[in-house]
Design a protein around this ligand. Structure first.
Ligand code: PLP
Length: 282
């Protein structure tokens, strides 16, 4: 299991960072998760563009160019083929680096700490499974469009969901749907596909963008607008999506059954379109 850490390729067990790293002390950094199918990173340019955007928003310059990132990612994939197989999930993290002491104010520009590691990706060809979600208040900050490594609220929310037997926490701010704790949310109502628009309240998912493209390509207009939680609970179909979960149907939210309680036709159609799009690239 090999990771990239600050220019070196080392065994995961030997990859160590300083206690003074600002990522460790302040969660001062950003990350990406990139799915890899049959050895190829999927939508990698889109993920890198989002990384550049997150870095820009926290005033960090990218330690590498796009082509350098691509080379690092490719090498991590290749080095882990024998450990994780050719469907992998690449985790990439950049922090503001190691300062001389623990102090909120950064003492000046520091060399960023860069980690790229791989794990096994299990989603893919397997059959769709209906999942259950719980609706919780979105207690996160107001810059959810930044893919920040500060995930305390997200982890508290999803752990609360899991402890109560749910697969995901779907979040709302004052009754308006935002997104899942680690996913975006779509719903289908009277044949119309809806999802909240990109804003500071959600992470603009790479999978979300792709699903919107795939819907349009198959003649389904996606309406990106505010969604009230009442509409969500009354929807015919709901799915969540992310790079590692692809399209996951939601068949119940708390004690409310969604639609017929079975995976809906549009959900199946878009999940199939996503698999077809992936296999065309392979
Ligand atoms: N929203 C949040 C809060 C996430 O953490 C994620 C990914 O994990 C997503 C949405 C989905 O983004 P993507 O499709 O780029 O994986």
């Amino acid at each position: 299991d090999t990771v990239f850490l600050n220019g070196d390729y080392v065994a995961k067990a030997n990859a160590k960072i300083s206690v003074l790293d600002r990522g460790f002390l302040f969660a001062d950094g950003v990350y990406e998760v990139i799915p890899v199918y049959r050895g190829k990173p999927f939508r990698v340019k889109e993920h890198l563009n989002r990384l550049f955007d997150s870095l820009r928003q926290i005033n960090l310059s990218s330690p590498y160019s796009e082509s350098q990132w691509l080379e690092i990612i490719t090498r991590v994939i290749v080095k882990n083929l024998n450990v994780h197989g050719d469907n992998q999930s690449i985790y990439l993290q950049v922090t503001r680096g190691i300062d001389s002491d623990r102090q909120h104010t950064v003492s000046g520009p520091l060399p960023a700490t860069v980690l790229v590691m791989a794990s096994k990706l299990t989603t893919g060809e397997s059959t769709l499974k209906g999942e259950k979600a719980t609706l919780l208040e979105d207690i996160r900050w107001l810059h959810c469009d930044i893919k920040s490594i500060a995930l305390l609220a997200n982890t508290l929310l999803v752990n609360q969901a899991k402890a109560n037997g749910f697969d995901e926490a779907i979040l709302h701010r004052q009754q308006w749907l935002t997104e899942g704790a680690s996913s975006n949310v779509f719903l289908v109502n009277n044949g119309q596909v809806l999802t909240p628009p990109k804003s500071q309240y959600i992470l603009g998912g790479i999978t979300r963008d792709l699903i919107i493209e795939l819907c349009q390509a198959s003649g389904l207009e996606v309406c990106q607008r505010r969604v009230h939680i009442k509409e969500l609970l009354d929807a015919d179909e709901v799915w969540i999506c992310s790079s590692t979960r692809e399209i996951s149907p939601i068949i119940a939210i708390d004690d409310k059954i969604i639609g017929s309680g079975r995976i809906g036709a549009t959900t199946r159609r878009m999940a199939a379109a996503l698999q077809a799009f992936k296999s065309e690239l392979l």
